[in-house]
Design a protein around this ligand. Structure first.
Ligand code: ZN
Length: 389
């Protein structure tokens, strides 16, 4: 077993309250860490670092945990830049554009979908993401939903069955029939390929009763719940997420006071997707209100072709800081430990001893630069399972 000492770290973000300066980020200055067997074996002051087989000097740069992007629609085909342009010209988004991507995705071969997904994963990784979730939801047939999940699993273990993303055109007159398909044959085929069950619970998407039906069926099939909710209006999403013990409710742009109180008293994470609000030119969620109420918050890209064709967590962080009321430290934590919590993971999102050695060496002396210098290429090096990529 080879050990590697990563040293001369100007600022190390551990996300471990017991380490460092007492802040939630667990910041250590002039730090080092030892990587062994893919995990962090030791963290502390560079002066007291133990010997290791190999030594990597990062020249005083900052090191942070790899980003955990807990919400992506990774596998899809087609182009919706024209829809984006139309929206920027003043049209209101209602979710109907999903059908465009469904048609293109159904028409694409497995190899085409795989190549498209691989290019997005390369983008994500090069901007510092080391763990990510991937949803189905652009197939909406038994065969297409299951092949999207099979392809997703080639890239990540965190797969989510989102058959209840939209009602496909062939079921336009029979919503109940589509929900029966999702909770029947589609769940039978997709359940074994997924870890999570998700529903787009919102105005113009699936209503409260439909959402309950799909979540109950998914949970009965052994999947864990998460939800899209409160993006387009004051929907039942956040309330149902708490009721069902969902790991996360994602978007949270429109929340009533009762929703915020329910989330604060729960184990459900509010995952904010500010690049979706950016892409829709719609109001941003109020992260300050959530954090001040004691709600656990995560940040993710929502990478999808309709509202947020974004793979960069540094961009999400910059937007969250400038538009949702987060501090740079809160945004970084939400993009790492927050994302891990939204996926029910304790092995990623921090750099405490025992965590996976998934980390990013920044081309900057402090994590604050992620929000301070949006658009700059600040990711110098990405390590996954203790190995530089
Ligand atoms: Zn989404």
């Amino acid at each position: 077993m080879t050990s590697t000492l990563l040293t001369n770290i100007g600022e190390l973000v551990t996300n471990d309250l017991s380490l460092g300066d007492g802040s939630r980020l667990g910041l250590l200055c002039d730090a080092a860490l030892v990587v062994e067997n893919g995990c962090v074996a030791w963290v502390g002051s560079a002066k007291s670092a133990p010997a290791a087989d190999e030594r990597v000097d990062v020249s005083g740069q900052a090191v942070i945990p790899g980003f955990v992007d807990s919400h992506t629609h990774l596998v899809f085909a087609g182009d919706r830049s024209a829809e984006f342009a139309a929206r920027m010209a003043g049209e209101r988004y209602t979710g109907g554009g999903i059908a465009t991507t469904v048609a293109a995705t159904r028409a694409a071969s497995d190899d085409e979908l795989r190549a498209l997904a691989r290019a997005r994963v390369t983008d994500m990784t090069s901007s510092g993401t080391t763990t990510f979730e991937a949803k189905s939801g652009y197939g909406l047939t038994v065969a297409d939903e299951s092949r999207i999940l099979r392809i997703s699993r080639e890239f990540t273990d965190e797969t989510t069955f989102l058959g209840a993303h939209a009602v496909p055109p062939e079921f336009a007159g029979d919503r109940a029939g589509y929900v029966r398909l999702v909770t029947g044959a589609m769940l039978d085929a997709c359940g074994p390929l997924a870890r999570w069950i998700d529903v787009f619970c919102d105005d113009g998407a699936f209503d409260e009763d439909e959402t309950r039906t799909v979540l109950r069926a998914g949970i009965a099939a052994g999947l864990m719940p998460r939800l899209h909710g409160n993006q387009l209006g004051f929907s039942a999403g956040a309330r149902l997420a708490v009721e069902f013990g969902a790991a996360s409710v994602d978007h949270c742009t429109h929340l009533a006071d009762a929703d915020v109180a329910a989330l604060a008293g729960s184990g459900t994470v509010a995952t904010l997707l500010p690049t979706a609000d950016f892409g829709m030119r719609s109001p941003y969620p109020d992260a300050r209100r959530l954090i001040d109420a004691g709600v656990a918050v995560a940040l993710a890209t929502d990478c999808n072709p309709g509202t947020s064709y974004v793979t960069s967590m540094p961009f999400v962080i910059a937007l969250a800081v400038r538009e949702t009321g987060m501090t740079p430290a809160e945004a970084l934590q939400a993009a790492t430990a927050g994302g891990a919590r939204a996926l029910g993971r304790s092995d990623v999102g921090s750099l405490a001893a025992g965590a996976r050695a998934d980390l990013v060496v920044l081309d900057a002396p402090s994590h604050v630069h992620l929000a301070y210098r949006p658009g700059s290429a600040l990711v110098l090096q990405v390590w996954k399972d203790g190995v530089p990529l």
